[in-house]
Design a protein around this ligand. Sequence first.
Ligand code: UDP
Ligand code: MG
Length: 157
Amino acid sequence: MEKTLILIKPNAIQRGIMGDIITRFERKGLRVVGLKMMFLDDEILKEHYAHLVERPFYPYLKASMQVGPVVACCLEGAEVVDTVRLMVGATNSRKALPGTIRGDFSMSGEQNVVHASDSPENALIEIKRFFRDEELFDYESAVTQFEYGGEESLKFK
Ligand code: UDP
Ligand code: MG
């Protein structure tokens, strides 16, 4: 099944809401297949935010991502990239709909608690950036038949 990459940002860890964020994904029925805490150095951040390094706010973004560790999380599910982006909400948390993670947990366009891959192509690249193969787990779930219909299980396996 499709996978996506989440980073729980240092601001969420400082505020003590990393568990709440992971719980949202678990409750939705997404499977955690990789999870680790790590510090992001200049190099990995530059690569991860390559589309933003020339923007005037990049130094602030970089500093905010290096005040402490992040939690990197790989989630699996049918069409998980799109589903997770919907759950995360708009980049500017003040415009993010209530019910989304940013809409419920943040007031900021920068300190917006979580990163999520924005396309299946980028998800593959980002998962490789943050996880080695042996840090990802392929395991049986006893409840898959209650999470997806029979036709979906075939289509999204
Ligand atoms: N960001 C910011 N100011 C902006 C746009 C983005 O500080 O005007 C930060 C914010 O933390 C955002 C990250 O840069 O989550 C990456 O930006 P992107 O446009 O990729 O948004 P995302 O995919 O995180 O919604
Ligand atoms: Mg982005």
